[in-house]
Write a protein that binds this ligand. Structure first.
Ligand SMILES: Cc1ncc(COP(=O)(O)O)c(C=O)c1O
Length: 412
């Protein structure tokens, strides 16, 4: 059964606000599914107390938070002790840079990219520079913005401690083959691998053990959920990280990498995203009695062809337009192209094109999207940047058609 778009759209209440409006800025933050609102509302109405005490509302609050964390650990195929729920990915990477950096020494090296959002670049670079280390950059192809693994291998050596890269850039929109790259890194070094999946997770929740990564981060406010960041750190490397928690809490993996007090209602509401995936699975598949990672894979199988259908005509149009420079892969043929489509109009500013599209009822954006290094290294003014159209599986095929019409009109 193909994706039932009417069913999907019924799960997102904000889509009813203005049915004509086309929301095409999903990579900046998605709409929230109604299952998340249900959990959040229940928490705020009935259990808005300090959790984990023995009186009923407090015990229920703690149980709701535990349910969310247990469900997410199962979905990601990781142990509960390997999951940190923090305020955002930028905060999680910052805290983690303190936790891993304490043991770095001047002879160590790290590898970062210029494809990443700054959240997966600046914190590591700053810590490494503070320690007097060598920072190597795995650079993108300056024309396409794509990363090629052949360029990474020569940067690896016995001093490389970590390699940091993205599962999918929030500007380039092309999925990096993480499992394959991790295998090559491990075959050529003892480096550990950290992946930023913020721009990938809205399209697929991955089985992290299958990917073979050491650490992985993404943000649930881009995955139909509350404003929280999920951070996986493989338990095997916890001994090499210093706790960032209050001294009397250190040794508790849920707190070691999150010195912020947890945002109780938001943590509980993280479960709502998986309640949405349950509903999506139950609607489309006969057998729902499957392990969580299999459920995520089934849902990916449902969403991917639909998102390809959204992206393909827009990519094709932009690729062939003489007044446009399209970033990233130009087709969905390899099933590795998210409908996150960034391009530079060559005859007008990105801002003026974005404004034209906005006036036509298309919620799009322009700029560098905090992938400042990438946008600069592609040769663009990072302030005007690129125009980005980012769609998700709740966008309609008619939305893509309207975008095409308006692009054609606005670029003339
Ligand atoms: C690819 C990517 N990484 C990291 C981040 C930062 O996430 P957060 O806003 O949760 O700090 C973003 C935010 O836009 C992003 O797109």
């Amino acid at each position: 059964m193909p994706l039932d778009i009417d069913f999907v759209r019924q799960q997102f209440e904000q889509l009813d606000d203005d049915p004509q409006f086309i929301f095409a800025s999903n990579a900046g933050g998605s709409y929230v599914c109604k299952q998340v609102n249900t959990v959040m509302e229940h928490y705020n109405r009935h259990t808005r107390v300090q959790p984990y005490s023995d009186f009923p509302s407090s015990a229920e609050a703690g149980a709701a938070m535990d349910r969310a964390k247990q469900r997410w650990a199962a979905a990601l195929n990781i142990d509960l002790s390997e999951l940190t729920v923090g305020p955002s990915t930028s905060m999680n990477t910052y805290v983690m840079s303190q936790a891993i950096g304490d043991l770095w020494t001047a002879s160590d090296e790290i590898i970062v990219t210029n494809q990443d959002h700054e959240a997966n670049s600046g914190a590591w670079r700053r810590k490494a520079i503070e320690k007097g280390m060598t920072v190597r950059q795995w650079g993108v192809d300056p024309e396409t913005g794509l990363l090629h693994v052949e360029d990474l291998i020569p940067l690896l050596n016995e001093k490389t401690r970590w390699v940091f890269f993205t599962h999918c850039s929030n500007v380039v929109g092309t999925t990096n083959p993480v499992a394959q790259i991790v295998r090559q890194i491990k075959a050529n070094s003892s480096a550990r691998v950290f992946i930023d999946a913020v721009a990938y997770a809205p399209h697929h929740i991955s089985d992290l053990k299958a990917l073979g990564v050491d650490a992985y981060a993404f943000s649930l406010y881009k995955v139909y959920g509350p404003h929280q960041g999920l951070l996986y750190i493989n338990a095997a490397i916890h001994p090499d990280l210093t706790s960032q928690a209050h001294y009397f809490l250190s040794g508790d993996p849920a707190k070691d990498f999150n010195p912020a007090g947890p945002q109780h209602a938001q943590v509980a509401a993280c479960a709502g995203v998986l309640d949405y995936f349950d509903a999506l699975h139950a609607h489309h598949f006969d057998n729902n009695d499957v392990a969580e990672p299999q459920k995520m894979a089934d849902i990916h199988g449902l969403i991917l062809p639909y998102e390809n259908q959204l992206a393909a005509p827009i990519l094709d149009f932009l690729d062939h337009h003489p007044d446009v420079r399209l970033i990233g892969k130009t087709t969905t043929r390899d099933n590795d192209r998210a409908p996150t489509i960034a391009f530079k109009p060559l005859k007008l500013s990105s801002q003026s094109l974005a404004n034209k599209l906005q006036s036509a009822g298309i919620g799009t954006e322009h700029g560098n999207f905090y992938a400042h290094r990438l946008v600069s290294d592609l040769g663009f003014d990072p302030d005007d940047g690129v125009v980005r159209l980012s769609l998700l599986h709740y966008n309609r095929i008619e939305d893509a058609e309207k975008i095409l019409q308006e692009l054609d009109r606005s670029l003339k």
